[in-house]
Design a protein around this ligand. Structure first.
Ligand SMILES: [Ca+2]
Length: 309
């Protein structure tokens, strides 16, 4: 028995060391590749004094300046493999989150630490369409096309940073991988079966009415996940690149967006919002909307594909 326990312990140690090495090497290589765009890069330990789910991780961050000297903070998402979709028997889950399947993302990438804020949208687009006004609240009432079309948000950001990686929407697989940050539970803070911990991590229906009805909230007020991402659960749904598919049967397994040709009539978004029940804030939660649709509880965050991608 002790022999088998020792073997297990050694495997665990090796796994932890290997994971740490992948995180460090992946981040450093990428930093070198895009230093020219970046304002600065920094490494911080998992926010001091804050509890995060999952393994302790070194969080690498960088800040890029949007037009108007508006900072955009990004965190490094290391390469890896994860199980996408709901796990068998998952509480309060739905069959369009099936089948659970393995996805390997062989590249690292940068991802917005927060959803794009109204200040950031306005700096890039010169307008602020949001229904719940506030510079540091997430932008909403923006359609997938507003973000993706020619002359839209991503087009303008890319034009301002030529030749140093591409800003784009995440795929659903990248989004869920980043949300989980190494966890396999319903939420990045655990399974939370009685929804007693969610208030520390997310804005959703039960905590979003601050006296004048439900609404969005300034980004970054809730605890991050193990990779330093805030507001993945709740606040606003987040548009992804993928066309909507009601099952993962036939989904790509390499992290790429699942895009039909010609494009489908709806796009996927993830993570729940101030306007949804806690169960919609799960990692596996998926929703959909037309590419022209604007709603009061959907925004987005960006991915910066590294040069090695
Ligand atoms: Ca969110």
């Amino acid at each position: 028995m002790s022999r088998s326990t020792n073997h297990h312990d050694w495997l665990l140690v090796l796994t932890v060391l290997f994971t740490a090495a992948v995180v460090l090497v992946g981040g450093i290589v990428s930093n070198e590749a895009i230093t020219a765009v970046s304002g600065e890069t920094s490494e911080t330990d998992t926010a001091a004094g804050q509890e995060t789910a999952g393994p302790a991780a070194t969080i690498q961050e960088k800040t890029i300046m949007l037009p108007g000297d508006m900072p955009l903070e990004l965190v490094w998402i290391p390469p890896g493999t994860f199980l996408m979709g709901r796990y068998p028997g998952e509480q309060d889950s739905f069959d369009w989150q099936d089948p659970q399947h393995e996805v390997t993302i062989a590249y690292g990438f940068w991802m917005g630490k927060y959803p794009i804020t109204q200040a950031q949208w306005e700096a890039v687009m010169g307008n602020n369409p949001s229904l719940f006004q506030g510079a540091n609240r997430p932008v909403e009432w923006v359609s997938w096309n507003d973000i993706r079309e020619e002359g839209g948000f991503l087009d303008r950001v890319n034009a301002a940073h030529p030749g140093h990686g591409v800003f784009r929407l995440p795929s659903e697989a990248e989004w869920e991988y980043a949300y989980r940050a190494g966890t396999t539970t319903r939420f990045y803070w655990g399974d939370d079966p009685d929804y007693t911990e969610i208030d520390d991590y997310a804005w959703y229906t039960s905590n979003s009415d601050t006296g004048s009805g439900g609404q969005t909230h300034d980004v970054g007020q809730k605890l991050p996940n193990a990779w330093g991402l805030h507001d993945m659960a709740g606040n606003v749904w987040e548009w992804c690149e993928d066309d909507w598919h009601s099952s993962y049967e036939g989904a790509p397994a390499d992290g790429s967006a699942w895009v039909d040709s010609p494009r489908g009539s709806r796009r996927g978004n993830r993570g729940g919002s101030w306007n949804t029940h806690a169960l919609r804030c799960r990692a596996a939660t998926r929703a959909k909307g037309g590419p022209d649709g604007r709603v009061r509880d959907a925004g987005f965050r960006v991915v910066l594909a590294s040069d090695e991608d």
